[in-house]
Design a protein around this ligand. Structure first.
Ligand SMILES: Cc1ncc(COP(=O)(O)O)c(C=O)c1O
Length: 383
């Protein structure tokens, strides 16, 4: 055989007897079948065996199995981002002529996606996140999906997910939860009855601001088929290298979440005492709306909260305050090791609703006393 052929046809074999604690990174687009008769092109890899790298190599499927196990799901599909997880859930459940209910407090690009979907004949209605079983009044014969996100992005409303599920299921409508804040573990989505739980694994699972990934988890076979079809049709493959970073992130997520809960509460309580701050929006603080529901339904809190500045304080002053911070940086994607501070200048409706300018903080793994000192010195500059 010519060396050029040998270059390609010397098969490597998995080393016998090598055992390690890490999940190996297994790349591959083409999957090789033993015989023609074994070849299949089915995404149901668990049942039928590997088919194509797009449906997951062993590294990616291991991540899916671990997310499913953590969330108590029948199956978790791994997708390239949290936004991709949102898109897959809609594509699985919505068709032209359908009506969808979405809380106005949802993650911004999710709300924007609803405008995009209007071009495809899907009508979206934004509802008050605190509506609980009042959702029943908004459900129509053509309602295809009720979306929930708890707490809501930026404004941190806790939703009564079990009450929403009960009302939606009474009309045969499935419910999706964006369970990113709870990292899929601090709120039991499937225990509450939701049909699809999505997560941006980009946040707490990745945990180091160096990867983008999402998951779409389901609890029943019929929904698994629907989501699986949409997932396959949209070509939602992810890199096994990124999946291995997410698998590594899972190993320290328990420790990171435990630290972040305490550090975040410490900073939030300190912020509540500052004269410039009218309200702190953190569901684990007793004076925060939604606290009773949080206490009933959540086993912990994580690293995000927002503050509402006193009414006279202008957007420019809040931006100057955030810019004066040295340890907190401006950035959107939370859940990593670094602290973030973000104003939302394009979402002016929020300051109207809350009677003051909002600033969202994500607490990282820095010492919380250093973070408080940073917040304090920026207040001194402001004063
Ligand atoms: C609540 C929530 N869901 C979904 C997403 C989307 O995740 P990704 O950035 O991985 O697309 C985000 C991102 O900020 C988010 O905050």
């Amino acid at each position: 055989m010519h060396w050029k052929t040998r270059l390609l046809h010397t098969m490597s074999h998995a080393p016998e007897g090598f055992r390690s604690l890490t999940v190996p990174v297994q790349r591959g687009s083409t999957v090789v079948f033993e015989r023609q008769a074994d070849a299949h092109d089915d995404w149901r890899t668990d049942d039928r065996g590997y088919a194509y790298g797009l449906f997951g190599t062993p590294t990616v499927l291991e991540l899916g199995a671990r997310i499913a196990e953590l969330e108590g799901a029948l199956h978790s599909f791994i997708v390239p981002s949290g936004m991709a997880a949102i898109v897959v859930a809609y594509m699985a459940c919505c068709r032209p002529g359908d009506h969808v209910l979405l809380p106005w407090s949802s993650y911004g690009p999710n709300v924007e996606f609803t405008e995009f979907m209007a071009d495809f004949g899907i009508e979206f209605e934004h509802y008050d996140p605190t509506i609980a079983d009042g959702i029943a009044e908004h459900i129509r014969d053509n309602t295809a999906l009720v979306w929930t996100e708890s707490p809501g992005s930026i404004t941190m409303e806790i939703q009564d997910v079990p009450a929403i599920v009960e009302a939606a299921h009474a009309r045969g409508v499935p419910v999706v939860l964006d369970n990113t804040y709870a990292a899929g573990v601090l709120f039991d989505a499937f225990g509450a009855g939701v049909d699809i739980s999505i997560q941006a694994l980009t946040k707490y699972v990745g945990g180091h601001s160096d990867l983008l990934m999402g998951s779409v988890s389901v609890r029943e076979q019929a929904m698994r088929e629907k989501v699986g079809r949409a997932w396959r049709m949209m070509g939602m493959g992810v890199s096994p290298d990124d999946a291995s970073l997410a698998l590594r992130g899972l190993q320290t997520m328990g420790l990171r979440l435990a630290h972040l809960e305490q550090a975040t509460l410490k900073v939030a309580r300190w912020m509540r005492e500052q004269p410039e701050i009218a309200r702190v929006l953190h569901p684990a603080l007793p004076d925060c709306a939604g606290h009773a529901l949080w206490k009933r339904d959540f086993s912990g809190s994580s690293s995000l909260f927002s503050v509402v500045f006193e009414p006279g304080i202008t957007p420019a002053q809040v931006a100057a305050y955030a810019d004066a911070l040295e340890l907190f940086v401006a950035g959107f994607s939370w859940g990593g090791v670094r602290s973030l501070a973000m104003t939302y200048p394009t979402r002016r409706d929020l300051s109207k609703r809350y009677g003051g300018e909002l600033l969202r903080l994500n607490i990282g793994l820095e010492d919380p006393d250093d973070l408080i000192a940073d917040l304090h010195s920026a207040f001194k500059t402001m004063r």
